[in-house]
Design a protein around this ligand. Structure first.
Ligand SMILES: C[S@@+](CC[C@H](N)C(=O)[O-])C[C@H]1O[C@@H](n2cnc3c(N)ncnc32)[C@H](O)[C@@H]1O
Length: 262
């Protein structure tokens, strides 16, 4: 079972922050009307769906999660989806555009994945990638999770958690990382993005992403059970409520936007 299988059915509706970032990335990337495009770590396929409205070229989506790919195939039968890890893609010179939103930090071997993405692109193809980035990728989660893990029913089990996310310290480290794999940097920026959400929306933001890391069974070196997962999530919900002001929660991330040319 993959980390995101559990949320595949609800992901599209809950992933408010990721959708905002995807639209911004699409705007910067400027996909051409005949471009062949691949959406890497496509989730339930909704951005691949958008891509297929922008271009009349071939659109493909890949994701490691069986649940996500099942959803994507049901929702967008006209698009080709494959269940494969980004690291294991075997495309060669096939796409003008590689789109990758909110996923780099989840890759278990980011070097291998970026190499495979580079190979998938045609000569003069473009990668557009966005994700929470830098050592300070989510000031909001820091504020919430630092309180959650202080509770006694969480603390000792959480000491067995291993941070699953890939992050580099600063913007220039990302530039060097992509360039090391052959990309020419066309655009790079790390933006501090802050949005006011209702506590319910903010909890959905947590469930659609970070929850899969903080309560993912494979990220603990001991067995964790449903009681622990529920307790963790309830504490997050409670803390979001506690930190809200006038019915609003300030949700902020530092997000990388990168366009690389082949
Ligand atoms: C936060 S979701 C982002 C989904 C979508 N790109 C979006 O913008 O909403 C992260 C996705 O990355 C996928 N993923 C994680 N590791 C992966 C890997 N190594 N290769 C391909 N997909 C992966 C997960 O299954 C999940 O669907």
């Amino acid at each position: 079972m993959n980390t995101f299988d559990n949320v595949s059915g609800l992901y599209k509706e809950k992933s408010l922050v990721q959708q905002k970032a995807a639209l911004k990335l699409l705007d910067i990337l400027k996909v051409g009307s005949m471009d062949d495009a691949i959406d890497i770590a496509c989730g339930p396929g909704h951005i691949a769906g958008l891509l297929s409205k922008i271009t009349r070229g071939k659109v493909t989506g890949i994701d490691i999660s069986e649940g996500m790919i099942k959803q994507a195939k049901i929702s967008y039968p006209e698009i080709e989806f494959r269940q494969v890890a980004a690291e294991d893609m075997d495309y060669n010179n096939e796409f003008d555009i590689a789109f990758c939103n909110s996923a780099l930090m989840w890759f278990s071997d980011p070097d291998k994945a970026i190499k495979a993405i580079f190979n998938s692109l045609k000569k003069s193809g473009k990668l557009g990638l966005a994700c929470p980035a830098t050592s300070n990728w989510s000031p909001w989660f820091d504020r919430i999770i630092s309180k959650v893990v202080g509770h006694k029913e969480i603390k000792s089990i959480f000491s067995h958690w291993k941070n699953p996310w890939f992050h580099l310290p600063a913007k220039n480290d990302y530039r060097l990382f992509f360039e090391k794999h052959g990309f020419t940097t066309v655009f790079i920026n790390v933006e501090h993005e802050q949005t006011d959400y209702s506590p319910e929306e903010a909890f959905n933001v947590y469930l659609s992403g970070a929850a899969n890391g903080y309560t993912g069974r494979k990220y603990y070196d001991i067995e964790i059970d449903e009681d622990y997962i529920n307790a963790f999530n309830n504490r997050v919900k409670e803390e979001i409520q506690r930190q809200s002001k006038d019915g609003k929660v300030k949700v902020d991330f530092n997000r990388l936007y990168y366009i690389g040319g082949k």
